[in-house]
Design a binder for this molecule. Sequence first.
Ligand code: SDX
Length: 429
Amino acid sequence: MEQTAKIIIDGKTFELPMITGSEGERAIDISRLRQEVGVVTLDPGFANTSACLSRITFVDGERGILRYRGIPVDRLAEHSTFVETAYMLINCELPTQEQLNRFSVMLNDHSLVHEDMRAFFENFPRWAHPMGILSSMVNALRAFYPEIPERTEEEEINITVTRLLSKVRTMAAMSYKIFRGHKVAYPRHDLTYAENFLSMMFDSPVRPYDIDDDIVNALNVFWILHADHEQNCSTAAVRVVGSAKVNLYAAISAGICALWGPLHGGANQAVVEMLGQIHENGGDAAPFIARAKDRNDPFRLMGFGHRIYKTYDPRARVMKKVCDRILDKQRVRDPLLDIAKRLEEVALEDPYFIDHHLYPNVDFYSGILLKAIGIPLNMFTVMFAIGRLPGWISQWKESSDDPKWRLQRPRQIYIGRKERAYIPIEKRG
Ligand code: SDX
């Protein structure tokens, strides 16, 4: 028998149902609160509010646990590929070999981008940020690939999902080539998903790109670590926009816009910019740590802290190992990695960071890995978006498949002016 929660308002006791999740998380179900009690709740930032029931990702911020469909993310990083993990997030189970082969063929078949879309890329200003371009181009996909009435809804969704997973990767590489004034490299049927991205980014007629298995593996791990993270800001945006029953391209475009923010996915670019500033400051991080601790200074130590994790982000641990592995293999000593490691050591011994439970998050080391792969700084968050795509899609599908799903429309508490008269302009002071 589920327990209930009692609240007493104006001397009257109300009982509210409670629910318990499969990992023991407990919630008060307030879905009938206003109807039965006549009040609403207030929770700016939704730090105490669950928006949905979900079977996709479990995060335990106190114990540093992250699992996709029950599988710990570090095991997927060690044994899986991004395509296999994407399939599992979207279809609930790891694919059989036959299902994986079929999925890979579909991704290959949908890897090209409509040639007319090139004009869009070519007409963006050279200084346009790739995240702004990506959100616009993803939204434009609906115009280039309209719904086919003869298809069933399931066929339409499956094609749209495959197009997004495959074309977003192609568009990212395409915009990079076009902005450098280089010849666009097309996807190849003989390459895997990650190999194709690297080839489309770096292959050129005068310098063929040699596929390096360690780099391909690192890219798969990077994308696996970013693939989903329950109800983060951009996923919440996808669910909210998707709840209005817009097409999936529009909902994903909203997620890309939310991810762009430096407090969210944009942090990976901001971390490398911050480490670069510390490097220019002779490697002395003290002024940056002092600013981060100053409550009157809005500066935040980028890549540190998290709404959910109050311990080490399990993704940062894996990312740090992959950075070491790739830089060792390249026989490169990146001063930014040394600075990052020193910054982590200093911060984790500092009472401010300890008291505020501030640890490295997924973005702290990820930019250093992207830099080692050769990804330009302004594309770091695009790389996060490619990784998060299967997560956004699976969360959108879960919400749109939910028979109890409703338009998401939060309430508010009004604290503005009470009713007053309209004053004609000639009588205003
Ligand atoms: C991602 O939600 C997700 O799951 C996101 C993500 C995903 O996979 O989708 O994990 C990806 O977005 C990771 C986070 C990337 N962002 C950054 O690295 C930016 C730097 N971090 C902070 O801005 C901050 O930690 C947030 C935004 C990530 C979380 O902030 P919260 O939960 O809103 O907490 P807060 O800003 O209210 O801070 C609480 C306290 C404050 O101090 P007090 O006023 O209580 O004394 O902690 C302090 C803050 O000043 N604080 C920091 C800090 N982060 C929080 N102080 C210095 N440096 C920081 N980085």
